[in-house]
Design a protein around this ligand. Structure first.
Ligand SMILES: Cc1cc2nc3c(=O)[nH]c(=O)nc-3n(C[C@H](O)[C@H](O)[C@H](O)COP(=O)(O)OP(=O)(O)OC[C@H]3O[C@@H](n4cnc5c(N)ncnc54)[C@H](O)[C@@H]3O)c2cc1C
Length: 305
C-alpha cells in the first residue's frame, strides 16, 4: 500500500500526467465525489446547502505553485470577489490559501504583499484567512510569513502537519500565539529524514499534539484549535480528552473534507461538536485530487471501476 501511495503522490507532481489524465471522462466523473464543481458559484452553492444543515464551511481555490506575478494577482482578485459574495449572502464561510498560489515560489515579498491584501480585506469582512501547509521545502518560509503577519492581524490561521518530526517544537512555539491553528496528518510524499513514515506513529503524534492543543491555559489565552481529520479513533480521543479536562466543545472544532466520511461528519455534528467542511474547487484540481486518492487506496479502485 505504501508503494501505491508513493506512486500516486509522484503522479500528482508529474506534468505529463497532469495534462493527460484530467481529460478522461472517468477521471472527471469520479471527481464529483470530492468536489461540487470547478466554479466559485458551485462551491458557494454547496456551502449554502451545508450551512442549512448547520455545518460551517471553508473554501479553497485550487491551484498551487503559481509562477507568474499576474497570476498571483488573479488569485487575490478571485478571493476578493469570494469575500464580497460570502459577505453579501451572509454565509458562514472562511477562506484557506496556499502561499505558493500567492507567489512564494519566486518572490517572497510579493507573496507577503498578496497575503497582506487578503488579510486586510478579510478583516473588513470580519473573516479569517487560513494558510495551508504545503511541502516541507516551504515550511520555514510559511511559518516565518505567518509569524510576521500575526504581528498585525489576528484573523489568520496556520496549519501544522503531525507527520513531521519538527512539529512538536513548532507547536510549542506557536502555542504562545493567540491564533487559529489547524492540525492535519500531512498529505505529501516527504523523506524519512523529516517525516514519520509509519501510520501508527503519525497517529500517536497527532494525539500527543492535540493533547497539547487542548490545554486549558492556552485556550484561555485565545488559542483556537481545529482538528482536521477523518480518523474516528483520533476524533474520539480528542472529544474524551476535552471532556476529561472540562473543556467546552465551543473552544475547538473539527474540520473535514467535502465528500469524505459523510456519515461521520453527521455524527460529529449531531453530538454537538463544531465542524467545518472544507470545499475545494477550481480548474487546477489534478494534484489535489490525486493526493485525495492517495489517502485511501480504495478510492483508486472506485476510480478504475
Ligand atoms: C480541513 C482539512 C485541511 C487540510 N489541509 C492540509 C494542509 O494544509 N496540508 C496538508 O499536508 N494536508 C492537509 N489536509 C490533508 C491531511 O493532511 C490528510 O492527508 C487527510 O486529512 C487524511 O488524513 P486523516 O487525518 O483523515 O487520516 P487517515 O488515517 O488518512 O484517514 C482516516 C480515515 O478517513 C478516511 N479517509 C481519509 N481520507 C480519505 C480520502 N481521501 N478518501 C476516502 N476516505 C478517506 C478513511 O476511511 C481512513 O481510514 C487537510 C485535511 C483537512 C480535512
Amino acid at each position: 500500500m505504501a508503494l501505491l501511495k508513493n506512486i500516486l503522490l509522484w503522479t500528482s507532481k508529474n506534468d505529463w500526467m497532469s495534462q493527460k489524465l484530467p481529460k478522461y471522462k472517468f477521471v472527471q466523473n469520479s471527481l464529483s465525489r470530492f468536489m461540487p464543481g470547478e466554479l466559485l458559484s458551485d462551491a458557494l452553492e454547496e456551502c449554502k446547502n451545508l450551512e442549512y444543515s448547520e455545518y460551517g464551511t471553508i473554501i479553497t481555490y485550487l491551484g498551487e505553485n503559481v509562477n507568474l506575478e499576474e497570476d498571483t494577482y488573479q488569485v487575490v482578485d478571485h478571493y476578493r470577489n469570494a469575500l464580497i459574495v460570502i459577505d453579501k449572502t451572509s454565509l458562514n464561510t472562511l477562506i484557506s490559501v496556499k502561499l505558493t498560489q500567492l507567489g512564494l515560489d519566486f518572490d517572497k515579498n510579493l507573496c507577503m504583499e498578496n497575503l497582506n491584501q487578503l488579510l486586510k480585506l478579510a478583516k473588513n469582512y470580519n473573516s479569517i484567512i487560513w494558510i495551508d501547509m504545503e511541502e516541507y521545502c516551504y515550511l520555514e518560509q510559511t511559518l516565518e510569513i505567518f509569524k510576521k503577519m500575526s504581528e498585525n492581524y489576528h484573523n489568520i490561521g496556520i496549519t501544522l502537519q503531525a507527520y513531521l518530526h519538527r512539529t512538536t517544537q513548532d507547536l510549542d512555539e506557536l502555542l504562545s500565539y493567540a491564533t487559529n491553528l489547524r492540525l492535519v496528518k500531512g498529505a505529501y510524499n516527504e523523506n524519512s529524514s523529516v517525516a514519520i513514515k509509519n501510520k501508527d506513529d503519525i497517529d500517536t503524534n497527532y494525539m500527543n499534539l492535540s493533547k497539547k492543543m487542548l490545554s486549558k491555559d492556552i485556550l484561555n489565552n485565545g488559542f483556537k484549535p481545529s482538528f482536521a481529520t477523518h480518523d474516528d479513533r483520533i476524533i474520539d480521543y480528542i472529544i474524551n480528552e476535552a471532556e476529561r479536562n472540562l473543556i467546552s466543545s465551543d473552544t475547538y472544532e473539527f474540520n473535514m473534507l467535502y465528500g469524505i466520511r459523510k456519515k461521520l461528519q453527521k455524527e460529529i455534528l449531531e453530538s454537538n461538536q463544531n465542524i467545518k467542511i472544507l470545499i475545494s474547487y477550481g480548474e487546477q484540481w489534478f494534484p489535489w485530487y490525486i493526493r485525495r486518492i492517495a489517502e485511501n487506496p480504495k478510492n483508486l479502485f472506485l476510480l478504475l471501476k
